[in-house]
Design a protein around this ligand. Structure first.
Ligand SMILES: Nc1ncnc2c1ncn2[C@@H]1O[C@H](COP(=O)(O)OP(=O)(O)OP(=O)(O)O)[C@@H](O)[C@H]1O
Ligand SMILES: [Mg+2]
Length: 272
């Protein structure tokens, strides 16, 4: 027990509970976040700081509470206690749509991909939705130059321009994931939450996604939840390890990787 506390403190540099808010360059931050489901503490007094301009990876075994955390960050789920800050603003009580308008977006929460519409129109709908309009006004969207231009730009950004006219239903799994990123980019996010973007992808598709996320690093701060360790170590500027709702380590990937407790709790047990 004491050994684990010591090793955590060696690496963790974001436990600001006693000292207050000191990370002046934090894009996204939680303080004392707690979320329980019955007897399970899925988020257990969590202090996490995602620095402005970084790609921060979050890893941990199945059921560690990664998705629960992402859900509280994007506002889909309310914490039992604690706070979420976007830049210096307390957004704990802010509804998801408002968070998106403030620049905090999440991929793969999008259930509103219209399979029968083409990639371009799907992104245009997303651009329109962020602008505060309802999806039901889809007719004008097809003709709206601003939204169509934003859509074309976002598709180009993710490398899907050549598939703009293809229906979402006809895209491959990897292309649909690219489309989802394009849809979220239409919101022009400052901070992007990604929950397992490589899930279900083959090696080639994963490599493309790594390339895409790498190219986004200069413009968007990202929190990436991912089981694909190759992707994590290729992309992450900072790495946090979550086990049973608690952060056992945070730091630069090479330091976290060599941490004995992390090895024991997660990395050592991860499939090769
Ligand atoms: N809506 C819910 N109701 C009850 N329990 C939940 C709910 N969501 C998550 N849990 C529980 O909370 C814990 C954390 O789950 P969560 O899905 O956040 O883990 P995870 O780290 O995302 O796992 P995975 O790597 O498998 O995606 C688990 O024990 C899970 O069963
Ligand atoms: Mg999950």
């Amino acid at each position: 027990m004491s050994a684990s506390t010591t090793s955590t403190n060696t690496i963790a540099n974001n436990s600001s509970k006693s000292t207050g808010y000191t990370a002046e360059n934090a894009a996204l931050r939680t303080q004392g976040l707690i979320k329980s489901f019955g007897g399970i503490r899925a988020t257990d007094d969590l202090d996490l700081t995602v620095k402005q301009g970084s790609l921060h990876a979050l890893i941990g075994p199945n059921g560690a509470g990664k998705t629960t955390l992402i859900s509280q960050l994007c506002g889909l789920m309310s914490p039992d206690s604690g706070q979420v800050f976007l830049y210096d603003q307390d957004i704990t009580a802010m509804p998801p749509a408002k968070r998106v308008q403030r620049g905090l977006a999440r991929t793969f929460q999008i259930t509103s991909v219209f399979p029968e519409f083409n990639a371009q129109d799907n992104v245009a709908f997303a651009a329109q939705a962020v602008a505060g309009h309802s999806y039901r006004f889809w007719r004008p969207v097809a003709k709206n130059k601003t939204f169509q231009q934003q859509a074309a730009d976002a598709l180009a950004r993710v490398g899907l321009s050549s598939r703009a006219a293809v229906t979402a239903a006809s895209l491959s799994h990897g292309e649909r994931r690219q489309l989802e990123i394009a849809m979220v980019l239409a919101a022009q996010p400052k901070v992007l939450l990604l929950d397992e973007p490589m899930a279900g992808m083959g090696g080639e598709e994963s490599a493309l996604m790594v390339e895409l996320l790498q190219s986004l690093k200069t413009e968007v701060t990202m929190l990436l939840v991912e089981h694909d360790m190759d992707a994590v170590f290729a992309l992450a500027d900072e790495l946090s390890v979550l086990v049973y709702g608690r952060l056992i380590a945070t730091g630069i990937p090479s330091d976290v990787r060599s941490n004995a407790e992390v090895q024991r709790a997660y990395l050592g047990a991860a499939p090769a």
